[in-house]
Design a protein around this ligand. Sequence first.
Ligand code: SF4
Ligand code: SF4
Ligand code: SF4
Length: 416
Amino acid sequence: MDDMFCYQCEQTAKGVACTTKGVCGKTADISNLQDDMTGALVALAVATKNKDIDEATYHIMLEGMFTAITNVSFYDVTLKDLIGRIDAITLSYGGKLHIYTMKEVWSDNEDIRSLKSLILLGLRGMGAYAYHAWVLGYKDKEVNDFFFTAMRAIGGKGSVDELLPLVLETGKVNLACMKLLDEANTQTYGDPTPIEVPLMIEKGPFIVVSGHDLYDLYQLLIQTQGKGINIYTHGEMLPAHGYPKLREFDHLKGNFGTAWQNQQKEFIDLPGAVLFTTNCLMPPKENYKDRIFTTEVVSYPELVHIGEDKDFTPVIEKALSLGGYSEDEVTVLSGGPMMGKAMPNDTFVITAATNAITVLKPEKYPDMACLRCGSCTDHCPAAIQPVRINEFERAKDVDALNRLSALDCIECGLCT
Ligand code: SF4
Ligand code: SF4
Ligand code: SF4
């Protein structure tokens, strides 16, 4: 028998399902606890049928959905605590516990399993949106009630003909939920507009903020004002730079790193702190574990968690103690170190052919006169003459440059 069953994200093992350990780093125990927690939400939905649902009940449904999405929760203690809180609310409505287990979905016939999975995974993503909107004070009763209706259907014995319309309804309600979050974000932080986002990390203490909770970013920006700490977005937090009220902060400097899945390489030896506000957390390496912080529903054993009071002092103190980089100037290459082109600044177009971005600490070499050794000509893959081309380029002799086929240069950098 499999240790676990999870196929909720595109990382899933062999494109089928994670059945022994999650590709995301989730253990079988954590996956099974998430299933238990989802089963507890089904029991809650059943208990509240035809009853007035209070705010705390709506909220814990969103919390449970959000907690189960990928790269968010890796900690048994917080999951057990959440299950206990869901069960307590279920009992307060006169409901029964442990009436449903997710194994019933995973082992059902393929049509029912597929339809229920589509609904459940849609609800989890929607739960994250609704949770963010809630944090900013925006709620929608129709959206919130739908979580309960849909979870009752997941725990029910509905046929394909009954579940299919609910799948379509999940998509429809999801659009309403995204509209709600859009309203929450734009009315709180202004309408986002396109903006150039620097990729350079300036010298001095800094904090990298990952995930997509704009409220957390805003609170951190306020608490770091005037402290000599720069803030950089990471991964899915990149769009935050577009919001007028967030970019009012001069110390929101730019974006750190590349895609979220590269964090285990990019955070090695990082001289700054990192705050994970939502998903995208990968199991941290020992090398940098001491500088990773979580908040809201994100949790991982041994990492410092910032609670509801949003007191980011531990993150700030860590950033100050690490001190950041000692230089703020970097050389950016579009491509790898051998074939990459040196870019004059960090605002250049990334195309499908961009295989890498290389950021190097600048090395200063003293200028020296050419020895006319001919080595650059020997190594030029375009079989042209770099030194002669350089001379005619300085002389602005275009005809000579054409004769020397200067345009054949592929900018490989071997001669420099
Ligand atoms: S969330 Fe983790 S365990 Fe689930 S499918 Fe994705 S990689 Fe696998
Ligand atoms: S520029 Fe070319 S010819 Fe001049 S010293 Fe360097 S490698 Fe030799
Ligand atoms: S940069 Fe241009 S001139 Fe220099 S070695 Fe490469 S192809 Fe030749």
